[in-house]
Structure formats: structure tokens, C-alpha cells
Design a protein around this ligand. Structure first.
Ligand SMILES: Nc1nc2c(ncn2[C@@H]2O[C@H](COP(=O)(O)OP(=O)(O)OP(=O)(O)O)[C@@H](O)[C@H]2O)c(=O)[nH]1
Length: 782
């Protein structure tokens, strides 16, 4: 039979049964060798268990030996733990029911204490006092071997370096945070960018655009181009409220409710751009790129001109500037050339032909002239006494100004509520004078009577303008003192500028005075009032130095013209039978003319006229002049020539004498050498410029060595009273006391004055000393 036929015919079940029966038989019977091992192993275990062996059944010993493959030690350990000294079972833990018995025994044996095995060993019973105590190692100071939480100790230099490093790290960290914030913000859908773009948006976005414009002023949409912006207002921008929406667009009926439509996520927006119905965003200037995270990245690196561009632009600029500068230089060159030409032309010898002199004998010409006499008078008095109104009315009544002019002035005065000043405006022609209703500077005008040609010098009454009043008084032959007769006004005026003006004009050499008791219409032409005023004023005028024969009183009403040119027709004024004001003026003799003395003229005004680039006005104090004369201007010391001249009435003339008011048109002199207050004199007999002089002065106030201003005509000069030489007798002029410490008011004394600069002054001239805005003295230079 073939072998495979044998396998095909095998009965598997019978074979398996045969195999199983064989196993059981083998368990029950040990081989002879195993039986020997069993006997020997059992004997060894019993010997090891000693007295405790009876506790262990023999079958358990053989079973264990069989289990541990004849390993006696393991068998003994197991049997002890099982039968002799079993471990106490834990109360709650029970071995798993499913675990095999053998595994549970082994596991129990592994947890068994072996202390009993070492009970007889000496090192197992160490007394407590000898047992070692574990002491934890001390915390080492920080440093390389530190490791404690405390900061390491460092030197000052290390601390400084560490602080700097920390600061730099914080800064860079915050910068990174900011950049991150900005980038993250950029990742959000930025509606406000659309608002900035002001593009038409539909629905709620359109409204948000408006709100953002109004409620988030100055809000700047963030872009990648501005990564370092410190603030992120976008995040702080308040949300628009529905009420705001309504306020913003009250016409729009659409409710301000957000559409129930999901917005794209930030990530989706970043990847795919804004949704089709979301507000359109401004195209980005810079797109997010990987290298943007680099600290050296500059988002606007190409938003500015490159270094090459800068250089090229600078070169172009320089080239343009060069051209311009060349042009300017050319122009400058031409202008400087012009300047040089001008200077050269100025340097050239002045070949302007000198005015031709007719070599007249002026004095004989003057004597031959059978014309009207000329006189100048100054009108003084307390502020608002009616000086200007009186002169205006005088000029109107003398037909120097016509009624139309006065009516026109009245209308103008009405506009600013100053109707009563209309007549005063005939003389007060400055805007400031008219608006303020006060005279500020000397106003001159002229009128003629049958016998005399008069020049009016209307002086300001306000104390602030005393220097101007002094200038006027210095040119006058006589004076009109105007007194306000209305109740209370006379008394206050007497305490005010009425007395001071009287003193001044007398000190200035004016000896003739006409007192116009004005505004008598306000007291119904009370003769009693007039007499009272006359009495008081004549008293102090006499005391001031005016002779009674040179004092005249005229009751007038300047406003209505009573007793100015015509006698008053008011019955209440019938008691007055004296002269009118004009008659008194005509009766006044001008002061003596110093015709034979060297030429002296104080310049009152410097101006440019059609006749000359420099013309001067003034009153000739002494001497005479004629066209073509050479003049010396002091203190400049420059020479000039009289090209032409006009006298009193403005008529051209060939000559002029002392006492006349003239306009001189000069030539051959630079205007910078001519000033108001300077003196024009005869070059052959010039006035000297001095910085010290002696004065015979009438004291208005207490005098002592003190700072003073010296006034002579229009000339003002700062100086001081250096010393008081003597007190003089008023009448005889003899010395009554030498070198007094002070001088009382009303006393005449000799004082020495020094000036800070040299000015043209000479003996015989009259000057006024003022200090702190007050007139302290006036007198005659010795
Ligand atoms: N009732 C009345 N009023 C007068 C008379 N004269 C002048 N007035 C008024 O007095 C006021 C002052 O007149 P002004 O002529 O400006 O006085 P003034 O003295 O020139 O004043 P200052 O030059 O500024 O010192 C004005 O309102 C005049 O109308 C007068 O005779 N009778």
C-alpha cells in the first residue's frame, strides 16, 4: 500500500482519543528519575522546615516540588508563606476570583515581608538614636550652580546690562505684539475702510459708513502699510447705535437692523477676499507675505523714493536752484550794480546849480512894504473850554470857511454823535481828534482883518499834550486864554490847565493876553459870573507876570459867535459894551521883531512838496532870509539852500523876516539831516550846540537836582538839573540866596542844566523844564 493511501485511511478521532488517554496515564506515574528527584527534594524541604514541617502536608510538598521543577528553595518559600507563616489578608482586597490559584499564591508570596528572615541579624535592630537622619542639602546661592527662584546677585555693570537687555526684549516683544495685533486686525473684515473710501454701500453698511465718519472722527483704517501705528482705534471704535443711524439718515426708511446673513470668517476673508455682498475694500497697498514677519521688514519700503531717486531729485533741485540763483544773482548783480551806480551817482559832486540869490536888502524891502501887519496868537485854556469851537466860529463868521463846509462837518459829526463839535472840526482835522473830541496837536489857520494878517495856533488843552502847547506858545506874539464860564467848569479849569497855560505862555515870552470868558450863554449871560471870573483871573495873571494893561477880558459865546466878530444881540448880554474878540486882537501889537539879529528859525514840520524833496515850515524867530540863501541846519551842521519860499498866506515870496511863518523849499541837502525841532540859522553866525546851560527859571514846582526834559519849541532833550546856583529876586533879579538845596514853587532861581546830547541853544531863548509829566519850571537861557 502506498504511503499516501495510509494517511487517507487515518482515523483522526481515534488517534486523538489515544493521545488523551496517554496524558492522564503519564500524570499519575513518575519516571524513575523523577521519583528519585521527588524523594530527595521532599527530604530537603522537610529538613528545611524543621519543627514546622508537620504543618505542611506531604502531598503539598510534592506538589510544590513538581510545580517548581524540583527547585527546593522556591518550594520552601512557598510552603512557609502558605502554611507556616501566611501573610494577613487585607480586609477589602480580595484576589480576583478568576485568577488561577497558583498565580494568586505567587502574588501573595511577592508581597510577603522577609523581615523575619533577618531577625537574628545585628544590623536589623538599629536603635532609634543611632538611626541616620536625612538632612536636605542647603539652598545654594544663585549663580551658575544656583537654581533658586531668587534673582542672582550681580555686579552693577551686570545689572545695567541686564536692564538694557530686558528693556530691549520688552520693546521688541511689544513691537511684535503690535505687529501681530495689526496683522490680526488686518485679518478682520474692515468695514471702515469702505467708509473712508466713501463708496456707495447698501443697507446697513451704508449707514455704518456715515456713522463712522461722524462718531469715529479721525479714525484711520488700519492697513499693512502702517504696522507701527501705536494705537488701534479700529478696535476701540464705538458701534453705531440704531438711534445714531436714524439721526444720520432720517430719510432712509430701512430699519437699521443687521441682515441675518453670516459674515465670512476672518480666515476665509483673508484667503478668498471679501464676499461679493460685503463692502468693497480698498485695494491693499501691501499684501501679506511671509517675509513680513521679519523685524527689518519695512512695509512702505517702496512707498518712498529710493536713495537713487533722492540723489537724482537733489541733483535736479540743485540744478534748478542754480539756475534760479544765477538769475537772482544776475538780477542781484544788476541791482547791486544799480546800487553801486546809485552810490557812485550819489558820490558824484552835486552839480545841482545853486539857487540864484537876488541879493536883496531884505530889511529895506520889509520897511518899504506897506502891507498888513502880521501876528500869531496861541489859543490856550483848560480842556473843553471851547477853544476850537470858538476859532471855528471865528473863521466861519469871517468867511474864511463857508457855511456849506460847516454844514458838511455838522453832518459828519452827527454820524458819530458829536454834533456840538462841528465847528471845532474846522481846526481839528485829524481823525483821532474828531473821534475823541479833543485837540491833540497845534492846529494852524489864518485869517485877515482890515489891518492884520493873523495866524491861529490852536493848542490842545489836555494835560497830556502840554509839549505841543509849548511848541505853539513858542511861536506866538500873544495869546487868547479861553475860560469856560459854565457852573463849576471855571473852578475846575482854574485848578487845571488854565493856570498852567497862563504860566507857560508868560514864561515863553508872551506878554499880551486876551481872556475869552466863554459859554456865557449857559449862565444866561450873567454879568455877575463874568465879573467874578474877571476878578479872579486878573489876579493870578498879574501874579504870573502879565501887566494889567496887557490883559483884556471879552464875554463870548464861541458856539453862537456872540462877541467874536460881531457884538452879541442877546438882550441878556446887553450889559457888555466893550470890544469884540477880533477888535481886541487887532488892538494887540505883535511882539518886537528881531529883524537885525542873525537868522534863527525853529523847524515845525518837514515835508516833501512839488517844489522840493524837502520843505520845512516854521516861524522865523530872528533875522531874515531870501531865496538863494545858504542855511545851516543844527545840530546836523549840514548846509542847505533856499530854492524858493512861501510866506504867511502861502504866497510865493522872495524874502521873509522875523515873525513871519514861512515854508522853505530847500536844495542841496539830504533829508536825513533835517528834523522837526532843529534850528535853521545863518551859516556865518550859527547857533552853537551845547550840552550844558544856565537858566533863569520860574519854578512851578519844587526844584532840586533832578532829571528833567528840556522843551524849546518842538525841541525835546533829556537832561538834569545839575545844580541850583542861587535864588533871585523876582523884580530886580539880584541874588537873594546862594546854592539853595531846593527852590520853592513861584520862586525865581538860577539853575544849571546838563543834557545827554548837544542841542542848538543860546542865550535869550526860552525853555520849559518838565519832569514826570509835570511842568516844573520855565525860563530864559543866560
Ligand atoms: N453852550 C456852549 N457850548 C460851547 C461853547 N463853546 C464850546 N462849546 C462846547 O464845548 C465843547 C468843547 O468844545 P471844544 O471847542 O472842543 O473845546 P476845546 O477847548 O477846543 O477842547 P480841547 O482843544 O480838546 O481842549 C463842545 O461840545 C462845544 O460845543 C459855547 O460858547 N457855548
Amino acid at each position: 500500500m502506498a504511503r499516501h493511501q495510509n494517511i487517507r485511511n487515518l482515523d483522526y478521532e481515534a488517534e486523538l482519543e489515544e493521545y488523551g488517554a496517554f496524558s492522564d496515564e503519564e500524570e499519575e506515574e513518575l519516571s524513575p528519575e523523577d521519583q528519585v528527584r521527588m524523594r530527595e527534594g521532599t527530604a530537603q524541604v522537610l529538613e528545611a522546615l524543621g519543627v514546622e514541617a508537620h504543618k505542611v502536608p506531604k502531598t503539598q510538598i510534592e506538589e510544590s516540588l513538581w510545580h517548581y521543577y524540583w527547585d527546593v528553595d522556591k518550594t520552601i518559600t512557598y510552603l512557609i508563606s502558605k502554611y507556616i507563616d501566611p501573610p494577613k489578608k487585607p480586609a477589602k482586597t480580595a484576589p480576583p476570583k478568576t485568577a488561577p490559584k497558583q498565580d494568586a499564591a505567587i502574588a501573595s508570596a511577592s508581597r510577603q515581608s522577609f523581615a523575619h528572615l533577618f531577625r537574628d541579624l545585628p544590623w536589623g535592630n538599629i536603635p532609634p538614636e543611632r538611626q541616620a537622619v536625612l538632612i536636605p542639602p542647603p539652598q545654594l546661592p544663585a549663580g551658575l550652580l544656583g537654581g533658586s527662584g531668587a534673582p542672582p546677585k550681580m555686579s552693577k555693570l551686570q545689572q545695567l546690562a541686564a536692564a538694557r537687555k530686558k528693556k530691549a526684549e520688552e520693546k521688541s516683544a511689544s513691537g511684535e505684539v503690535e505687529q501681530t495685533q495689526v496683522k490680526m486686525t488686518e485679518l478682520t473684515v474692515n468695514d471702515n475702510q469702505a467708509s473712508k473710501e466713501n463708496r456707495p454701500l447698501a443697507g446697513v453698511f451704508g449707514k455704518r459708513v456715515k456713522i463712522s465718519e461722524t462718531t469715529a472722527q479721525g479714525r484711520i483704517p488700519l492697513t499693512m502699510a502702517e504696522p507701527t501705528r501705536p494705537e488701534i482705534p479700529q478696535a476701540q471704535a464705538p458701534e453705531a447705535t440704531p438711534s445714531q443711524h436714524q439721526e444720520e439718515d432720517p430719510i432712509d426708511p430701512e430699519p437699521a437692523v443687521a441682515p441675518p446673513k453670516a459674515q465670512p470668517s476672518a480666515f476665509a476673508s483673508t484667503l478668498f477676499g471679501p464676499s461679493s455682498d460685503s463692502p468693497k475694500r480698498r485695494p491693499r497697498e501691501v499684501f501679506a507675505l511671509p517675509y513680513m514677519a521679519i523685524s527689518s521688514y519695512s512695509p512702505d519700503a517702496f512707498g518712498k523714493p529710493s536713495p537713487d531717486d533722492v540723489v537724482l531729485a537733489a541733483q535736479a533741485k540743485v540744478a534748478t536752484a542754480g539756475k534760479k540763483s544765477a538769475n537772482v544773482h544776475n538780477k542781484k548783480g544788476s541791482s547791486s550794480a544799480d546800487g553801486v551806480t546809485n552810490q557812485v551817482s550819489q558820490l558824484k559832486i552835486d552839480d545841482t546849480p545853486l539857487p540864484k540869490s537876488r541879493n536883496l536888502n531884505v530889511l529895506s524891502e520889509f520897511e518899504k512894504q506897506k502891507g498888513k501887519k502880521t501876528a500869531s496868537f496861541v489859543v490856550v485854556g483848560h480842556v473843553d473850554a471851547g477853544k476850537s469851537t470858538m476859532m471855528g466860529r471865528l473863521l466861519l463868521d469871517l468867511n474864511v470857511v463857508d457855511q456849506r463846509t460847516v454844514d458838511k462837518l455838522r453832518k459828519e459829526a452827527e454820524k458819530i454823535g458829536k454834533t456840538s463839535f462841528a465847528l471845532a472840526w474846522v481846526l481839528d482835522q485829524r481823525h483821532e481828534e474828531r473821534s475823541r473830541g479833543v485837540t491833540i496837536d497845534i492846529a494852524t489857520n489864518r485869517f485877515e482883518t482890515e489891518t492884520t494878517s493873523f495866524t491861529i495856533l490852536d493848542a490842545p488843552g489836555h494835560r497830556d499834550f502840554i509839549p505841543n502847547m509849548i511848541a505853539g506858545a513858542s511861536q506866538a506874539d500873544f495869546a487868547i486864554l479861553v475860560i469856560d464860564a459854565s457852573t463849576g467848569a471855571f473852578e475846575s479849569g482854574l485848578k487845571g490847565q488854565t493856570r498852567e497855560h497862563s504860566l507857560l505862555i508868560r514864561s515863553m515870552g508872551v506878554s499880551r493876553i486876551i481872556v475869552a470868558v466863554n459859554k456865557l450863554d449857559t449862565v444866561n449871560w450873567s454879568q455877575e459870573r463874568f465879573d467874578e471870573i474877571t476878578h479872579q483871573v486878573s489876579g493870578f495873571l498879574t501874579a504870573t507876570g502879565f501887566q494889567p494893561k496887557n490883559i483884556a477880558f471879552v464875554p463870548v459865546s464861541g458856539l453862537h459867535g456872540d462877541n467874536l466878530v460881531r457884538k452879541s444881540t442877546d438882550p441878556a448880554a446887553s450889559w457888555y459894551t466893550g470890544k469884540t474878540l477880533v477888535e481886541e486882537l487887532e488892538a494887540s501889537e505883535p511882539s518886537a521883531r528881531a529883524l537885525a539879529k542873525p537868522l534863527r528859525m525853529t523847524i515845525s514840520e518837514v515835508m516833501r512838496t512839488p517844489q522840493s524833496s524837502i520843505s520845512i515850515t516854521g516861524r522865523i524867530d530872528a533875522g531874515s532870509l531870501q531865496m538863494g540863501d545858504a542855511l545851516l541846519v543844527q545840530p546836523s551842521g549840514e548846509k542847505a539852500y533856499v530854492k524858493s519860499l512861501q510866506v504867511d498866506d502861502g504866497e510865493p515870496a522872495d524874502w521873509a523876516v522875523a515873525g513871519q511863518n514861512v515854508v522853505l523849499h530847500l536844495s542841496n541837502i539830504d533829508p536825513i539831516h533835517v528834523r522837526v525841532g532843529d534850528i535853521v540859522c545863518d551859516p556865518a553866525k550859527p547857533i552853537q550846540c551845547v550840552d550844558t546851560f544856565t537858566l533863569k527859571a520860574l519854578a512851578f514846582d519844587i526844584l532840586m537836582p533832578m532829571q528833567v526834559d528840556v522843551h524849546r519849541g518842538r525841541l525835546h532833550a533829556a537832561g538834569k538839573i545839575e545844580a541850583i546856583d542861587a535864588i533871585l529876586d523876582k523884580v530886580t533879579g539880584k541874588v537873594t540866596k546862594k546854592k539853595p538845596m531846593i527852590v520853592k514853587p513861584g520862586t525865581v532861581s538860577r539853575v544849571r542844566v546838563t543834557l545827554h546830547s548837544k542841542v542848538p541853544l543860546e542865550a535869550g531863548q526860552r525853555v520849559v523844564l518838565r519832569s514826570g509829566g509835570q511842568t516844573v519850571a520855565a525860563g530864559l537861557l543866560e
